[in-house]
Design a protein around this ligand. Structure first.
Ligand code: SAH
Ligand code: SF4
Ligand code: F3S
Length: 435
């Protein structure tokens, strides 16, 4: 039978969709197709910002016709948005044609929910409150070869004042170190060339035996074979010299740290409940660069947080230069119901936020351009991960996270390719395969 999964949100969610595909496979849905041909359509939603929710609402609504035309089509909606308080009921009221609503804590039960739906007309709603156990029983259908995502922990305890994640993903739970290691070993044996360790806040990883993230990373990178290791996301409040030492020790670990800073103003960082200062962030990056001089740092920024002044915002702009950041994800603050920041006084006018965002984007893009331009004439090693049919070029990423494009008559996906860079455009490099 055919299935179609629509995913919104972060890498955690992309990987969870691979697990959803695993659950569907066990139920006989083993052929991914377009929505029109599908027997089941699953939405894996995100609620980090309002526009993520609006996209999902729009696309779910658009299925009304298809659902009417195609008897037996099952539509299931799960993920972070469904886990938000009151959202499952709202979704059911707005889109009565949804068959199954499930949350973030019970994706392994989707198979049972499908059975239940087959036996009844009513919408099946199953959105349990936070659970403490870990869903390790599902084998994912991986879609991102040569990269493989591996969860090391779930949930978040940080409660940054703007963020909904701790409410919809529950408290931190770490997987056992041995489980993570055996999953990685098996993936490397299967031929995966890049392992990305995933957690909302990887630095909070704690094995039952007390092992922390640096210890886990050390063990993962000590596994034999030719592969790369990435990880995300790190939190500046937990940054440690041990982590840097492990990154320095292993060639397998990519020289790239994604370290979301959110703002360059200490006043705003405090209101955000981030528990570090601009100075601490800069010290961390200085330590990192002392030990690993060519390590690239990327970040996330939020502009227009409540009460943000032009001066606060200028602090954000100046941090881009001072921290020598190579690129960033940049967002306008989106008030999320139930979070502290949503109820704060001094909400910023959208026009002001938009104007700030465009200034920040212009600055960051210029930084990215300057950094990429330095690669022209050099040779970088990329891991070829796909073929871009529009461009007619193969593409991959170097360890710093830059995209590299090249021509080839043979399929090179899954190979490490040395790329002689002839041209740079934004974060993308273009060149010729040197071997
Ligand atoms: N756990 C990670 C990622 C969280 S979500 C971390 O702590 O960094 C990814 C990014 O979305 C965040 O880093 C933040 O920049 C942004 N974000 C989260 N909540 C937001 C909100 N309410 N409005 C705008 N951006 C938000
Ligand atoms: Fe959200 Fe903060 Fe947790 Fe990241 S660390 S998921 S921003 S609460
Ligand atoms: Fe979105 Fe949930 Fe990830 S809210 S960003 S999909 S953890």
């Amino acid at each position: 039978m055919n299935y179609h999964i629509v995913t919104y949100g972060c890498q955690m969610n992309l990987h969870e969709s691979e697990k959803i595909a695993g659950v569907l496979k066990a139920k006989g849905y083993d052929n991914p197709t377009s929505p029109e041909e599908a027997d089941i359509i699953v939405f894996n939603t995100c609620c980090i910002r309002e526009n993520a929710e609006n996209h999902a609402f729009g696309n779910i609504g658009a299925l009304k016709q298809l659902k009417r035309q195609k008897k037996g089509l099952i539509i299931a909606v799960g993920g972070c948005m469904v886990q938000e308080e009151g959202k499952a009921a709202l979704l059911k009221a707005k889109f009565p044609f949804i068959d199954i609503l499930f949350g973030t804590h019970n994706l392994s039960e989707l198979g049972d929910l499908i059975e239940k739906k087959r036996a009844q007309r009513r919408t099946v709603i199953s959105v349990p409150e936070a659970r403490t156990e870990i869903e390790d029983g599902v084998s994912p259908v991986r879609t991102s070869y040569p990269n493989a995502w591996v969860n090391i922990m779930y949930g978040c305890n940080n409660f940054c004042s703007y963020c909904i994640v701790p409410y919809v993903r529950g408290r931190e739970r770490s997987r056992k170190m041995e489980d993570v290691l055996s999953e990685v070993r098996a993936l490397v044996e299967e031929g995966y060339k890049e392992i990305t360790l995933l957690g909302q806040n990887v630095d909070s990883y704690r094995d039952e035996s007390g092992a922390d993230f640096a210890a886990l990373l050390d063990k993962v990178a000590s596994i034999e074979g030719k592969f790369r290791v990435r990880f995300m996301t790190s939190h500046p409040k937990d940054f440690s010299a041990e982590l840097v030492a492990v990154m320095k020790k292993h060639k397998k670990i990519c020289k790239h740290l994604h370290l979301p800073v959110q703002s360059g103003s200490n006043r705003i960082l405090s209101l955000m409940n981030r528990r570090y200062t601009r100075e601490k962030y800069l010290d961390e990056i200085a330590l990192l660069r002392r030990e690993i001089p060519d390590c690239e740092v990327t970040t996330d920024f939020i502009v227009g947080f409540p009460t943000e002044t032009e001066e606060d915002f200028r602090g954000t702009l100046s941090l881009v230069e001072e921290a020598d950041l190579s690129s960033a994800f940049m967002f306008i603050f989106s008030p999320r119901t139930g979070t502290r920041a949503a109820a704060m006084e001094g909400q910023i006018d959208e026009e002001v936020s938009k104007e700030r965002l465009s200034r920040l984007i212009a600055l960051v893009n210029e930084k990215t351009r300057q950094k990429s331009a330095k690669y022209v004439g050099k040779t970088v090693e990329i891991l070829c991960e796909d073929y871009d049919a529009k461009k007619g070029l193969y593409l991959g990423r170097d360890e710093y996270g830059r995209m590299g494009y090249f021509e080839s008559n043979i399929d090179r996906v899954g190979e490490f390719v040395r790329l002689r860079v002839t041209r740079a455009n934004g974060i993308s490099l273009y060149g010729e395969a040197a071997d």
